[in-house]
Design a protein around this ligand. Sequence first.
Ligand SMILES: *Cc1c(COP(=O)(O)O)cnc(C)c1O
Length: 247
Amino acid sequence: MTDSSATVRPDRRAELAAGLAQVRARIADACAVAGRDRAEVTMIAVTKTYPASDVLALAGLGVTDVGENRDQEAAGKAAEVSAAGVSPRWHFIGQLQRNKARSVVRYADVVHSVDSVRLARALATASADRERPLDALVQVSIDGDPARGGALPGSADPGVGLEPVAEAVADSPMLRLAGLMAVAPLGWAPERAFARLAEVAEAFRLVHPGAVALSAGMSGDLEIAIQYGATHVRVGSALLGMRPTLR
Ligand SMILES: *Cc1c(COP(=O)(O)O)cnc(C)c1O
C-alpha cells in the first residue's frame, strides 16, 4: 500500500479488536436480557474524528457498518476506504444541511438524520442518479425541542412534523423510508427517552409497516436502547476510544 495514512499499525489493530470484543459482548448480553435475537441488532461503528486506517482495521475485523456525522470529514474518508478496495455500509448520522445533500448521497447508503420536509426533498433530488434508492430514517425529537434537530411526533407542522417528513420520504421513489432514529436528550434518563421513542415507533409502524429500523443507543446507553427495541446502535468511543473533542 502506498498511502501510509491507510496502513493499519498492529498495536492499533489489537486495541480495536479488544474494543470490538467488548462491545459485541455488551450487545449479545443486552439481547439475551431483552429476550431478543442477536441478529436483530446491527452495530454501527462511529468513526468520526478517527482516520480511514481505523475503518479499514475494523472492516478487517468483520465490521460491516460505519457511521459519520460530518460530510466534510466523511467524504474524504469514504473515498480513501473505497480506494483501498473496502466497501462498508456508510451511515450518515449527523445534522445535515441541504447544501450537503449532493455530497452525502455519493457515499452514504443510509441517512439517519432526515428531520425536515425540505431536507427529504433535497436528498430525493440529489439521489436522482443513484443506482439504488437511499435508505432514510426520520430523526425524531424526543423532548420536542426543535432547536436540537429532529422531527416532532404528533405535530402536523408541514415542515418538521413527523408524519409530513415521513410522507415526503415515502413519496420519493429515490428514497426508502427505513425507520426512525433518535438521540436521548441531555438531562433525560435513557430509560425515559427510549421508552418514549418505543411508543412513537410503535405508532409509526402502524402507518408505515415497512419502516422497522430503530436507530438508538450509543456507547453509554446501548443496553437500554436494545431493551426498548433498537435495531441499530451507534457506537463510537466504546469501540475506538475517547475522542479528543466532544461533538
Ligand atoms: C458521535 C455519535 C454517536 C456515538 O457516540 P459515542 O458516545 O461515542 O458512542 C452516536 N450517534 C450520533 C448521532 C453521534 O453523533
